[in-house]
Write a protein that binds this ligand. Structure first.
Ligand SMILES: CC(C)(COP(=O)(O)OP(=O)(O)OC[C@H]1O[C@@H](n2cnc3c(N)ncnc32)[C@H](O)[C@@H]1OP(=O)(O)O)[C@@H](O)C(=O)NCCC(=O)NCCS
Length: 312
């Protein structure tokens, strides 16, 4: 656990500033040597147990992440092996903070077409592995975490209803990790220049996120003949409390119908939405038949929203 008070001892910041500007109180940090596949495998095992399923009963896994253990093999392979899901196939999907909603749609297509009965979708990130803990503009925001869901055919009237996705690569320079890929392979120079850390123009990302999260939610609701009032719960990506509340306001939603757990986790990138689902279930705020809206904006830029009726 890394609290705002811990961060006060590391960079020039304060609990008040972080709380007021982001809504975050504390975030979880993985122990040294614990990687994304470790968190993802634990989340996968929990999701399977919640459904009373054995790993071999799931045919594919999609792992939403921007912090895979290594460039290859994929976290999907590592998680398949770790949970002992013989015969499973899978892949990683990278769309920054929108990774989970994109993976949800990708996975659901296999179920909808009848290609697979069950697909596991894992959202996992060890953001602490790519954060510069001397940069107060980024280190206060991010945390580590994982969550997972099992996709299977839902009863009539339940399950995924619709989605809207959009990417805008003109935003690539606002939030990125320049080093370590094919453009800037690792060298002493890239390390000295701190290119293996998250670089962010906070204000540019904030403005885009506030505008696009509201816009995509509004468009998705409208084309389904719905408004924010029809929703039972809104589970948004947790990047900044102010982005969430601005979106809720635009949708005309009461905050008591909005899942906000950023205070406890910070921004865990691909894990925020499945962690939000888990929190909602634990707090009794998510029941069979509930109309749920998920939404995310992330680096890329990537934008996505999903409308569904909770199926169990
Ligand atoms: C990063 C973010 C919290 C910064 O909040 P902000 O209100 O925009 O703050 P600004 O960047 O305008 O900075 C305001 C001042 O606070 C300072 N500041 C930045 N981080 C600080 C910190 N951790 N503690 C104290 N002061 C800080 C800045 O240096 C600046 O000081 P100055 O006015 O003397 O130049 C906010 O922009 C944000 O949440 N952006 C979106 C991030 C995001 O969603 N990322 C993930 C995308 S999925």
């Amino acid at each position: 656990m890394l609290t705002n008070f811990d961060l006060e001892k590391i960079v020039a910041t304060s609990n008040e500033w972080i709380l007021e500007r982001t809504g975050i109180r504390e975030r979880h940090i993985a122990d040294k040597g614990v990687a994304t596949s470790d968190l993802g495998a634990a989340a996968a095992i929990k999701a399977l147990a919640q459904r009373g399923l054995k790993p071999a009963e799931v045919e594919a896994v999609i792992v939403a992440t921007v912090t895979p253990d290594m460039m290859f093999p994929s976290c999907a392979c590592l998680i398949q092996h770790r949970i002992g899901a013989n015969g499973m196939w899978g892949f990683d999907l990278s769309a920054a903070c929108s990774s989970f909603v994109y993976a949800l749609q990708a996975g659901s297509q296999f179920v909808a077409t009848g290609a697979h009965q069950r697909v596991l979708v894992v959202g996992a990130d060890v953001m602490s592995s790519i954060i510069d803990y001397s940069d107060r503009a980024t280190c206060v925001i991010f945390g580590d975490g994982a969550g997972a869901v099992v996709l299977e055919e839902a009863d009539e009237g339940l399950g995924l209803i619709d989605f809207l996705h959009e990417v805008d690569g003109s935003g690539a320079c606002s939030l990125y990790m320049p080093g370590g890929g094919s453009l800037h392979p690792p060298t002493h120079e890239t390390v000295d220049k701190k290119m293996h850390y998250v670089h962010q123009d906070g204000q540019a990302v904030f403005k885009y996120a506030v505008r696009k999260m509201a816009e995509i939610c509004d468009n998705l609701l409208k084309r389904n003949g719905l408004t924010g009032h029809d929703l039972d719960i809104f589970i948004p990506h947790q990047a900044n409390r102010r982005i969430i509340t601005a979106t809720a306001e635009r949708l005309g939603m009461d905050l008591n119908k909005v899942m906000i757990n950023i205070d406890r986790y910070g921004n865990t990138t691909s894990a925020t939405i499945p962690l939000g689902m888990q929190t909602a279930l634990e707090e009794g705020r998510l029941k069979k038949g509930d109309l749920v809206l998920l939404a995310a904006v992330g680096a890329g830029f990537t934008v996505g929203a999903t409308l569904l009726r909770w199926a169990y």
